[in-house]
Design a protein. Structure first.
Length: 67
């Protein structure tokens, strides 16, 4: 479909969405889907909270020896 033709809604032509607006809507939908998937995976594995920005940290030898 070209930018010149737009689907009609309630008998009135609608203004076509720009590419940027379409991409923003797709990214918002993708973000919501990924958030839901993340929540499902965390619930299935019993993981709570978020790891730090750097990810999981290494265990030091002292922590490993302590337990």
């Amino acid at each position: 479909m070209s930018e010149e033709t737009a689907p009609q809604q309630d008998g009135e032509p609608t203004r076509p969405k720009g590419l940027l607006q379409q991409m923003e809507e797709l990214m918002a939908t993708l973000n919501a889907d990924l958030s839901a998937l993340n929540a499902d995976l965390r619930a299935a594995t019993g993981v709570r909270g978020r790891a730090g920005a750097a990810g999981p940290r290494a265990v030091t030898e002292e922590e490993d020896a302590a337990g």
